[in-house]
Design a binder for this molecule. Structure first.
Ligand SMILES: [Zn+2]
Length: 391
């Protein structure tokens, strides 16, 4: 306040008092001024219908689970099991889950252990996939070696192959250093062909949400998620763009038309027009919805059309991981399945996509698709059963 104005204010009996910034009210906790984002937990005041679905309308095949974890790039042939099968079976029985596909079954001796632990004792409840032997990719003779490993895995009982986003984003010419190895690198061609020969579908995860390729700043819609996991960012350095990765995968699917590819996470859940284009062009492709109901559910009208059009090529999956609370949208348990069933079966509006205090992938909520019985049956069971040649 200028001196002249101050004098005028004083003569009028008015004395300005500065308001201290960010002083919380001792009783209510209310803060005037700004509030740190981490402390913001708005509760919706909408009076909307809430449907609790304890059991899926039809028996479910969860096509995307990580019941065992392999060593990925370490070359040790090891696997670990965070939860015993008995614990998983109890949830499966309560939630009407007929079968779970353990995608990260490992390779070599690790794969044999996964099969002996899950598939052998419970052949109608668990199916195990194998993984490529990434650590050997730089070695000469790898293309034939990897094709032979697929034959060995098939003989051991593996029913498909899982390709993590390792391919395209982590695997390098010296395994962890050097140039990134491209998804459509020719050295994997014998593996894709072996998969066709043994009728083993490929479950492939390529790239990640677009925000992971952008700076972690105030414009990033996944700021909190990336802030919590900065190692998930693929911004800068020598990383390809999201679209370059997707296009490399398209070339692989084009080049191997006899091989069945299940593109995990809806291939690109943020761009259903692009994904529809892929599905229209590639009859050997289908998709799975794990960890992406947050994306599908915030564009419910486009998603509903997508499910109508591609109802024979969409599979139920959750990306479930037993134990741990780092990724609330993926923690295996009763709550996770209730949310997925609510999303697919009901018309409920504006609900949480994950059992979490704060929406973990981004601050938005989702809307149910209310799918008709005929589509539900295909997505829950029939499409996966056909691809896995189950009775
Ligand atoms: Zn996964």
């Amino acid at each position: 306040m200028k001196r002249r104005n101050l004098l005028r204010a004083l003569s009028a009996g008015f004395v300005p008092t500065p308001v201290p910034a960010q002083k919380a009210d001792a009783i209510t906790g209310a803060v005037k001024g700004s509030l740190p984002l981490t402390e913001f937990e708005p509760r919706s005041m909408l009076h909307v219908h809430e449907t609790q679905i304890d059991r899926a309308k039809y028996p479910v095949i969860d096509f995307h689970a990580h019941i065992s974890w392999g060593d990925n790039m370490a070359g040790k042939e090891s696997v670990s099991f965070p939860s015993p099968a008995s614990e998983l079976l109890a949830v499966m029985d309560r939630r009407n889950i007929r079968m779970m596909v353990d995608l990260t079954g490992g390779y070599g001796k690790g794969l044999e252990k996964s099969i002996a632990t899950l598939q052998k004792p419970h052949p109608d409840r668990f199916i195990v996939f194998t993984e490529p032997w990434w650590s050997k990719a730089p070695e000469p003779g790898y293309p034939q070696f990897q094709a032979d490993q697929i034959a060995r895995a098939h003989a051991a009982g593996a029913r498909g192959i899982k390709v993590l986003k390792t391919l395209g984003l982590y695997l390098r010419e010296n395994v962890t250093t050097g140039q990134l190895i491209k998804i459509d690198d020719k050295r994997f061609d014998p593996m894709w062909e072996a998969a066709a020969a043994y009728k083993m579908p490929i479950a492939i995860h390529t790239s990640d949400p677009e925000a992971f390729f952008l700076p972690i700043d105030r414009f990033n819609e996944r700021y909190e998620e990336l802030n919590a996991h900065p190692d998930w960012s693929f911004y800068g350095k020598d990383f390809p763009t999201n679209r370059e990765l997707q296009e490399a995968r398209r070339r692989v699917m084009q080049r191997h038309p006899r091989t069945q590819f299940v593109c995990l996470h809806v291939a690109d859940s943020e761009d259903l027009t692009y994904t529809s284009g892929l599905l229209d062009a590639l009859p050997n492709m289908s998709v799975e919805i794990g960890a992406r109901i947050g994306e599908l559910g915030r564009q419910p009208r486009a998603s509903r059309k997508f499910f109508d059009k591609y109802q024979d090529r969409i599979m139920f999956g959750t990306d479930a991981v037993p134990r741990g609370d780092e990724f609330p949208q993926q923690v295996f348990g009763d709550k996770l399945y209730q949310i997925y069933y609510r999303f697919l079966e009901t018309d409920d509006e504006y609900f949480d996509y994950a059992p979490s205090r704060i929406p973990p992938q981004g601050r938005w909520r989702i809307y149910g698709l209310g799918l008709p019985d005929q589509i539900l049956r295909k997505v829950y069971n029939d499409n996966a059963a056909r691809l896995l040649a189950l009775a």
